[in-house]
Design a protein around this ligand. Structure first.
Ligand SMILES: Nc1nc2c(c(=O)[nH]1)N[C@H]1C(S)=C(S)[C@@H](COP(=O)(O)O)O[C@H]1N2
Ligand SMILES: [Mo]
Length: 435
């Protein structure tokens, strides 16, 4: 030890010098007491559970955020234990992958199925040459693919009422999904010429079902049994779920048990009761999410410790493919600056962006906008409203699923005291359904 210490001190001094050169935030002076400090105390709880399935530091206390009351119009049939919906704590996360434990999850009126994978099967039927039934073991014998992609509920919406980024955008996550391409299973069954759509059906009570266009089913849809390197967890569809990259969350049918090949889209009960309305005038045929982004630091509820160098960071994503650029404004959208994509930059995945910023201590309004590979630019609130011919009252007074993808820009206001608050002008009514 005695021998090592001086070299460690030299190393610290060297790295401080390098940090200074890069004009980064001021590093602390290396003090002799810091270098000579005794080693930290050790964790005394080494229970088998902690060793067998890992643990985090007791100083890390990030959790999902439980959803509040919703104005959902879904009939309240509740014969089974309920598990509340919960959001992803976006402001506390780094990088692009959402840890499964912190990945948002929607409510399920019929409880979370407790499925034995040895007894679970997936059936492919309808307009096919050979109807097939696969066990989980048989599915694992197909070539395996992993895709990193975001999963977003259309319940996400910038909102003047939300205090935090979890409140505006916490109904999304980004995982590495692993499984069999649906196209391989459809080819094995042999789809007939008249086949245009597939209906994916869940084993859960209520039989959540969703029609998926055949072109998408044959493109990048996965029948996934893995999430972030381990079996998909019950909340997210164990043992099998559909993953439909870039499409609305509702497509990603959990506890998948049947694929029916059909000639036209069918409106399932859930789509009818939760996702369509008589006066639907918006994106009826739009399934793919447009370009979107949001600043996660600094964001609502946080406080800047003082003027000087800061880093603005956030997430950008698009159902169209790769994020090609993110622009950040610190003056409420008057001027924009190109942010750096902190990588990896993957299609239909959360893409981290960063922009160094010098805060002069004055009021500022921070916001970001995303450009995607189709050349689509994320709209401002005013642009979105004008495009769909909606008033601000309608933007926030209508349930999200009637508007479609609410991908307008979310501004955060920094006060002179460093406090960060929602930068959207207040409205009288905000309706919120977590879909
Ligand atoms: N079986 C089933 N699958 C489902 C749903 C459902 O209610 N039942 N909800 C969908 C909706 S609306 C969303 S946003 C996503 C949420 O997936 P997660 O809970 O893994 O985050 O699951 C989709 N798949
Ligand atoms: Mo959803």
């Amino acid at each position: 030890m005695q021998v090592k210490r001086p070299s460690r001190r030299r190393f610290l001094k060297k790295s401080v010098a390098v940090a200074g050169l890069a004009a980064s935030p001021p590093a602390l002076e290396v003090s002799a007491s810091a270098v000579e400090a005794p080693p930290p105390a050790v964790i005394d709880n080494n229970s088998l559970d902690a060793v067998l399935y890992g643990r985090r530091s007791r100083f890390v206390t990030i959790t999902r955020e439980i959803e509040g009351r919703s104005h959902s119009t879904t009939p309240r049939i509740r014969p089974t234990p309920q598990r509340p919906s919960a959001r992803t704590p976006l402001a506390e996360l780094v990088g692009g992958i959402t840890p499964t434990s912190l990945h948002f999850t929607t409510q399920h009126y019929y409880g979370i199925p407790d499925i034995n994978p040895d007894e679970h099967t997936l059936m492919i039927e309808g307009l096919v040459e050979r109807p097939l039934v696969f066990t989980m073991n048989e599915l694992r014998r197909f070539p395996v693919v992993s895709r990193i992609c975001f999963l977003e509920c259309i319940g996400n919406r910038p909102s003047p009422r939300a205090e935090t980024v979890t409140g505006t955008h916490g109904r999304m996550g980004c995982s590495e999904w692993t499984g069999v391409p649906l196209s391989l299973l459809l080819k094995a069954a042999g789809i007939k010429n008249s086949a245009q759509w597939v209906i994916a059906e869940a084993a859960s009570g209520g039989r959540h079902t969703k029609s998926v266009p055949m072109a998408k089913a044959l493109d990048d849809v996965l029948v996934a049994y893995g999430q972030n390197g381990e079996p998909v967890r019950p909340d997210h569809g164990f043992p099998l779920r559909l993953v439909v990259p870039g499409f609305e969350g509702i497509y990603n049918v959990k506890w998948l048990r049947r694929i029916k090949v059909v000639d036209q889209p069918y409106l399932s009960f859930q789509e009818h009761s939760r996702f369509l309305t008589p006066n639907q005038k918006t994106q009826q045929d739009s399934y793919e999410f447009g370009p979107s982004s949001v600043i996660t630091t600094p964001s609502g509820g946080q406080r800047l410790s003082g003027s000087g160098p800061q880093v603005i960071s956030g997430l950008a994503w698009s159902g169209a493919g790769v994020v090609t650029g993110v622009e950040v404004s610190t003056d409420g959208g008057r001027t924009y600056h190109q942010a750096e994509l902190a990588g990896p930059v993957l299609p239909k995945a959360h893409t981290r962006f960063v922009l160094p910023w010098h805060w002069n201590g004055e009021e500022a309004t921070l916001q970001s906008r995303c450009l995607d590979e189709k050349g689509q630019l994320q709209p401002s609130e005013a642009e979105y409203a004008r495009y769909w011919d909606l008033t601000r009252g309608q933007l926030y007074g209508t349930i999200q699923s009637q508007l479609g993808h609410c991908n307008w820009v979310q501004p955060w206001k920094v006060g002179r005291d460093g406090k960060v608050t929602n930068g959207l002008a207040p409205v009288d009514v905000v309706v919120d359904v977590h879909g």
